[in-house]
Design a protein around this ligand. Structure first.
Ligand code: PMT
Length: 222
């Protein structure tokens, strides 16, 4: 029934964990597999949206009909997202973006020494917060991966980043969060509404998310 509710709409989805280089062979990263974001891209495409997936390195196949743009670092992700943002109607930021990057990338492989190694980290730009300031027509959706005070932290991110909906993701539970096939999330809205979904596979989560996007766009009447 939802096969063409997003026809004529353009969507931008981010997925995976950014990699911030330390030297030519090492990076700072996180455990995101990309699965949640790839599932969101698939669910939007299924509903007829023209979908671009800005992806940090991931082993996953590109969902059929989706255009993937491959990036590595937060800065590369930011550039790709800003390029497409003005033209899209829907943005879903499922990527796990590194909050910090090494200040400098060593030109050569860092040699092992018998002493402690100190690496200075500098903050990365917050892409979602930037989009929250720039948005005009776009429905903007963020994620919040939390290990404590899930709903309070997610609520704070929703307001600070000016999103239309926030997916609060408890990443401490088994079968939820980074790397797993399933996820356990709640949807929070600025008007105070909240929807708690039971644990389900990531494609099912993505389809629920897609249905909320259709509602936010008022798409059921089109
Ligand atoms: O990829 P999987 O293995 O399937 O795992 C899925 C997931 C756990 C990565 C996903 O469900 C999830 O929760 N993604 C968000 C992870 C995250 O980094 O959350 P955060 O609370 O640090 O960030 C909040 C939001 O701001 C996110 O939408 C994030 O994309 C965005 N952000 C964060 C930092 C930054 N510098 N720029 C951003 O845009």
């Amino acid at each position: 029934a939802s096969s063409n509710l997003l026809c004529g709409k353009k969507a931008l989805v981010t997925a995976g964990g950014t990699q911030e280089p330390l030297d030519p062979v090492r990076y700072l990263g996180n455990r995101s597999s990309g699965r949640m974001g790839y599932a969101v891209a698939q669910a939007l495409q299924e509903a007829g949206a023209d979908t671009i997936l800005v992806s940090a390195p991931s082993e996953l196949p590109v969902p059929s009909g989706v255009q993937r743009i491959s990036v590595m670092t937060a800065e590369e992700m930011r550039r790709a997202v800003l390029e497409y943002f003005p033209d899209v109607d829907i943005v879903v930021k499922s990527a796990a973006v590194a909050d910090y990057r090494p200040k400098e990338m060593a030109a050569q492989k860092i040699k092992k020494k018998g002493t402690s190694l100190f690496v200075e980290l500098v903050p990365n730009p917050d892409i979602l917060a930037e989009l929250g300031k720039m948005k005009t027509k776009q429905v903007l959706i963020g994620f919040a991966a939390e290990t404590e005070n899930l709903l309070a932290n997610a609520q704070e991110k929703m307001l600070r980043k000016n999103v239309d909906m926030l997916v609060a993701n408890d990443v401490t539970q088994a079968g939820s969060g980074f790397g797993s096939l399933t996820n356990c999330v709640s949807f929070l809205f600025p008007d105070g509404r909240r929807i708690d979904l039971p644990q389900m596979n990531k494609l099912e989560v993505a389809r629920h998310l897609r249905d909320e996007i259709v509602e936010l766009l008022g798409g059921t009447k089109e």
